[in-house]
Design a protein around this ligand. Structure first.
Ligand SMILES: *Cc1c(COP(=O)(O)O)cnc(C)c1O
Length: 374
C-alpha cells in the first residue's frame, strides 16, 4: 500500500502556545479593538526601527494609501512603481486619484530597475513606490539619490522586508515612508495587518486620523473631523499576535536564511547551467529571505510544472503576474510588451516552499521534485 506524501505548502505561519494564550487573554479582557496591545506593538516596532514613529493598521495595503495621502499625492500626480508586485502596490496609486507609471525590473533582483527610473520622470512625478521583492532591498543609495535629485517622496513597499538590511541598517530604520505587511504569509503576521514607519510626530498624528475616519479629539467630550479618513485600525487581538511574533522575528529570519542556503547547496552549482532555471540572487547580507523564487525557462509550462509538483505533494506559489497585464490596467492603456522583463518573470516564476518550521529534508525533497519535474 502506498501512502501519499505529507503535503508541503509554500508557506505557513509559526504560532507558539504563548501567542495563542495571549490572544485568548485579550478576548477575555473585554477590550478587543485598538487598545493597550496596539500601543505596545507600536512601541516595540518603533524601537525595532531605530526610534522612528510607527503606526499599525489592518493591512499593509492601506499603509501605502495613507502614506500617499500624507504626502499630499493625488489627482494629477504621477507615481512611479514596479509592474512586478502584488497588485496592491499599484492599486493604492489609483485609489488616491494619481496615475501609476511603471518601470521595468532588473532581471536578476526582480526589483524596479533604478537605472530606468529617470527616463520615466515628468514634471508631474511626485513619488515612487519601490518594492523590496522577497525581502531583497533595492539599492537604497541609488534610490534616495534619485528621490533627492527629483524631489520625490518615497513610499517603500517593504511588505516583505521586515528584518532586511541595507549595509547593516534595517530597512525602515532610515529613509522616507516604509510600509510593512503582517498578512499571514509574511515573515511575521497578525492574521491581517500592517504598519507604517513615518518621519515625524506630525505625520504620525495625520496617520492616526486617516486610519479612523479623520477623527481628532478636541477634549473629553469633543471630536472634530477635518480630513476624509477610513476605517483602518488594528485590533488588540491582532496586536497580541504581532507581539508574540516579534519575539521570534530574528530566529524566524535566521531559519529562513539557513533554509535558503540549503536550497543553494542542494541545487548545486551546475543546476542553472544544466536546466536553464534561474535561482534567486544569493545575497546573504541584506535579504530576510521572505520567499525563494525560481524562474523556469520558457520551454517549460509553469501550469504543468506546478501540477506535477502538486501531485508530489508540494504546493507552489507564483509571485507575481505582471500588474499592467490585468484587465483594470489594460483598460488604462497598458499592453503586452511594455515591460518585457516583468512579463517574462511573471509568466515563468514559481515560489518554492520556505517557512521557519520547515527542515533541511523538506528542502531536499523540494529540490529533487523540481529536478524530476523539469
Ligand atoms: C503582502 C503585500 C502587500 C499587501 O499587504 P496586505 O497586508 O495584504 O495588504 C503589498 N505589497 C507587497 C509586495 C506584498 O507582498
Amino acid at each position: 500500500m502506498s501512502t501519499s506524501p505529507v503535503f508541503l505548502p509554500f508557506t505557513k505561519p509559526t504560532i507558539d502556545e504563548d501567542t495563542i494564550a495571549a490572544v485568548a487573554e485579550v478576548l477575555r479582557s473585554g477590550w478587543l479593538t485598538s487598545g493597550p496591545k496596539v500601543k505596545e506593538l507600536e512601541a516595540q516596532l518603533s524601537s525595532y526601527f531605530g526610534g522612528r514613529p510607527v503606526r499599525t493598521f489592518n493591512s499593509g495595503t492601506c499603509t501605502m494609501e495613507i502614506a500617499l495621502r500624507i504626502a499630499g499625492i493625488g489627482a494629477g500626480d504621477e507615481v512611479i512603481t514596479t509592474p512586478n508586485s502584488w497588485v496592491a502596490t499599484a492599486n493604492v496609486i489609483i485609489e488616491v486619484g494619481a496615475t501609476p507609471v511603471f518601470v521595468d525590473i532588473d532581471p536578476k533582483t526582480h526589483n524596479i530597475d533604478l537605472n530606468k527610473v529617470e527616463a520615466a520622470i515628468t514634471p508631474r512625478t511626485k513619488g515612487i513606490i519601490p518594492v523590496h521583492m522577497c525581502g531583497l532591498p533595492c539599492d537604497m543609495d541609488m534610490l534616495y539619490a534619485l528621490a533627492e535629485k527629483h524631489h520625490l517622496r518615497v513610499i517603500e513597499d517593504a511588505a516583505q522586508a521586515i528584518g532586511s538590511t541595507w549595509k547593516g541598517r534595517r530597512i525602515g530604520s532610515f529613509g522616507d515612508f516604509a510600509s510593512f505587511s503582517f498578512q499571514v504569509n509574511k515573515n511575521i503576521m497578525t492574521g491581517e495587518g500592517g504598519c507604517l514607519v513615518l518621519n515625524n510626530e506630525a505625520e504620525a498624528k495625520l496617520a492616526e486620523k486617516y486610519r479612523l475616519q479623520g477623527v481628532s479629539r478636541t477634549g473629553l467630550d469633543g471630536i472634530d473631523v477635518d480630513v476624509l479618513g477610513g476605517k483602518y485600525n488594528m485590533t488588540d487581538i491582532a496586536a497580541a499576535m504581532g507581539l508574540g511574533q516579534m519575539k521570534h522575528l530574528e530566529a524566524f529570519n535566521a531559519k529562513r536564511k539557513a533554509l535558503a542556503q540549503h536550497y543553494f547547496a542542494t541545487f548545486g552549482n551546475e543546476f542553472e547551467a544544466q536546466t536553464g532555471v534561474e535561482l534567486p540572487v544569493a545575497d546573504w547580507n541584506h535579504s530576510n529571505w521572505h520567499m525563494f523564487h525560481i524562474v523556469l525557462p520558457e520551454s517549460v509550462s509553469r501550469a504543468e510544472f506546478m501540477q506535477k509538483m502538486l501531485d508530489m505533494g508540494i504546493g507552489l506559489g507564483y509571485h507575481y503576474r505582471a500588474i499592467h497585464l490585468f484587465t483594470l490596467y489594460r483598460e488604462r492603456g497598458f499592453t503586452d510588451g511594455m515591460f518585457p522583463i516583468a512579463e517574462r518573470v511573471g509568466k515563468q516564476i514559481v515560489t518554492l516552499p520556505l517557512f521557519p518550521s520547515m527542515n533541511e529534508s523538506d528542502v531536499e525533497r523540494v529540490v529533487s521534485a523540481v529536478k524530476s519535474c523539469l
